[in-house]
Write a protein that binds this ligand. Structure first.
Ligand code: LMR
Length: 328
C-alpha cells in the first residue's frame, strides 16, 4: 500500500514538474527590414509586451532582415504554418490573390497620414483585412511606415526624367503601372536584393520611405532622390488563422492587448524614424535630395493620376470609391 502511495506521489510530482516546465508557445515573427525601422521596432515591442502579458507562456522570436524568408517566401511560410506572424507591406498581397490591397499603392491617393488613418481605422480597413481569411490568414493590425521618395543616379524632377530607367518595385501591379506611366521600366525584386541590385546596376532606381532607404544603405548607391511623397508604404500585421484561432481564449486576449499597444507604438514612432533617417542621409552627403516645386508636383499628379482609372478593374472600383469616400 505504502509503495503504491509513494509511486502515486512520484508520478504526480513528475506531472506537476512537467507542467511547470511546459515548453512556452513560440511565435515566429519574420520580417524583411532592419530592426531599427518602424516595423522592426514595432515587432520588438510586440515581443516584449506579448511575453510580459502572457507571463512567459508565449515566446516571440523575431527574425528581421529576411533572415528566415524573403518577401514571397514569407507569405507561403505563413500559410504553411512554418512561421506564425508577419507584417508584409500592403503592396505584397496581390500575388496572394487579394488585389484590393493594391489600392494603397495608387499614386497620390492619400494627401497625408490623416487620410490614411481614416481608411485603416475605418470600415474599409476592416473589410480589407477580412478578405485575407479565405487564404488562411488573419489580419490583426495596420502598421505605418510612411510616404515614399523616388531615387536614382540621375535627378528626378519631372516625369520625363524617368524615361527608360529600370526601377525596382515591390510585387504590385499598381506600382508596375505607376512606373510605366512614367515611361520607366519596372522590375519586381525582393527587398533583400535591392541594395545589390542598385549597386551593380541591375536596376537604376527605386522608391521607399526614408527609413528603409537609409537602413538598407540605398543612399550609398543612389546619387539623387526626390521627396515626392507620391505614394504610401505601410503594413498589415498578419497571423496564420488556424494558429490564432487555436489559441486558448486567455492567451489570445493577452496577445491582442500586446498587439494593440505595439500598434500604437509603431504608428507613433514611424514619422520620427523616417525624419531621422532623412536627416542622416542628408548629413551623409551621398544622395542629393530634391523637393518638387508646386508646378513639378502638378506634372507628377497629371502623369500618375490616370493610374487610378487604369487599375480599377484590377483593384475593384468599389474599393477605390470606398477609399475616396473615406478621405474626402
Ligand atoms: C519593400 O519591399 O520595399 C518594402 O515592402 C520593405 C518593407 O517591408 O518595408
Amino acid at each position: 500500500m505504502k509503495k503504491i502511495f509513494t509511486l502515486t506521489l512520484v508520478a504526480s510530482a513528475l506531472m506537476a514538474s512537467s507542467a511547470w516546465a511546459a515548453d512556452p508557445l513560440v511565435i515566429k515573427f519574420s520580417h524583411v527590414v532592419a530592426p531599427d525601422t518602424p516595423k522592426g521596432k514595432g515587432a520588438d515591442r510586440f515581443k516584449q509586451l506579448a511575453e510580459e502579458y502572457t507571463n512567459g507562456n508565449v515566446v516571440v522570436e523575431v527574425y528581421p532582415n529576411s533572415q528566415l524568408y524573403k518577401d514571397k517566401e514569407e507569405l507561403e511560410a505563413l500559410q504553411l504554418g512554418a512561421v506564425q506572424m508577419l507584417a508584409p507591406s500592403l503592396a505584397k498581397f496581390g500575388p496572394l490573390g487579394v488585389r484590393e490591397f493594391e489600392v494603397f499603392d495608387l499614386p497620390f491617393i492619400f494627401e497625408n497620414k490623416d487620410d490614411l488613418r481614416k481608411v485603416t481605422n475605418g470600415q474599409v480597413g476592416k473589410d480589407l483585412l477580412a478578405k485575407l481569411e479565405p487564404k488562411g490568414i488573419k489580419g490583426l493590425a495596420y502598421w505605418d511606415n510612411g510616404f515614399k521618395v523616388m531615387s536614382a543616379n540621375s535627378p528626378l524632377h519631372t516625369p520625363d526624367d524617368f524615361l527608360g530607367l529600370k526601377m525596382r518595385i515591390q510585387s504590385s501591379k499598381v506600382l508596375e503601372a505607376q512606373m510605366q506611366a512614367l515611361d520607366a521600366v519596372p522590375q519586381v525584386m525582393a527587398f533583400s536584393e535591392v541594395y545589390q541590385g542598385l549597386q551593380t546596376g541591375v536596376v537604376d532606381g527605386t522608391e521607399n520611405p526614408p527609413s528603409n532607404m537609409y537602413t538598407q544603405k540605398m543612399h550609398e548607391v543612389q546619387k539623387h532622390a526626390t521627396t515626392s511623397n507620391h505614394g504610401y508604404l505601410g503594413y498589415a500585421v498578419i497571423v496564420n488563422k488556424k494558429f490564432w484561432e487555436g489559441l486558448d481564449e486567455e492567451t489570445r486576449t493577452q496577445l491582442e492587448r500586446a498587439m494593440e499597444e505595439a500598434t500604437e507604438y509603431a504608428n507613433e514612432i514611424a514619422q520620427q524614424e523616417n525624419d531621422e533617417s532623412m536627416a542622416a542621409m542628408k548629413a551623409s552627403g551621398k544622395t542629393t535630395f530634391y523637393d518638387l516645386t508646386d508646378e513639378e508636383r502638378q506634372e507628377w499628379i497629371k502623369q500618375l493620376r490616370p493610374v487610378h482609372q487604369q487599375m480599377a478593374s484590377r483593384i475593384g472600383q468599389e474599393t477605390i470609391d470606398a477609399v475616396y469616400k473615406a478621405v474626402e
